[in-house]
Design a protein around this ligand. Sequence first.
Ligand code: GLY
Length: 337
Amino acid sequence: MRRLNVPLGDRSYDVVVGRGVSAELASLLPATAQRAAVITQDGIPAEIVLPGLDVETFVIGQGEGAKTLHTIETLVRGFAGMGLTRNDVVIGVGGGMVTDVAGFAASTWHRGIPVVHVSTSLLGMVDAAIGGKTGVNLPEGKNLVGAYWQPTGVLCDLDFLDTLPPREMRCGLGEMAKYHFLTGDDLLAMDLEARVARCIEIKAEVVASDEREGGRRALLNYGHTFAHALEIATQHELAHGEAVAVGLIYAAELGFELGRIDAARVQEHRAVVAGEYDLMTNPPLGLDADELVSLMYRDKKAVGSGLTYVLDGPAGLEVVSGVGETQVRAAMARILG
Ligand code: GLY
């Protein structure tokens, strides 16, 4: 078992990683809690045992379509019904969708109460449950309404991954491939516990240096601008991590188009994503380039006019604004086929 820390001053918290670590949950809860609102989904394998607490469980819907303000309203009305106070705790038990929703509900209830995440997916463990980004979707786009709300603890019991469907495992690998380009670490050479812990360590360090994405934290969105557009254009047929894998290749092609990286580095992206991580590198056929471009203009990283991306270059990953549509379309043509 490893106990890592996300160092954020008086909002610092621990992340416990390992096999069979669920018994550690009690050590992550605020001492004041008398009630726990557990938010989860059908089919989540985790069994949460919280002796001494009054527990009410809220089961939310599956998929991006249930990640809505309506779900938040239903939850907070449930909190009202159970008399949840600022001394109590919300516990999100599930993948990234559940912890995003649980975190946002906790951030708004009584203007913010403690939340602990029990992450049950690889993507959640290495990304979504760490760092305090919470939120829900609007019909206009993904995660457009939300808050930064750090958890008071995160539990990553690797036993949950034993029953994770292969597709969800691939989604986690998509985010892991992103960490490869952030640090150059050979994550696949590590055992599962070390690998998950290393991703959390990298993310914790970036979040601690730029909690509210004033600059450096945006680097965690490498591959995500095109990925978010792909998710919407395919009506979420492509899952987030799958879209990130394709988005990494798109970002490499765009970096090449702008003269920031050479063909060998683009090839390295393909070798890592397709070879080492065994992920897809091309989007499904039949997507409309105009729609993808217009979706990318709505990206949250965009400030002012023009398109903004995280791109590789001689100094590593950087946020690049004002990217021309000509290059954006040329890079897209190479991966849309
Ligand atoms: N998933 C990117 C971030 O947490 O900043």
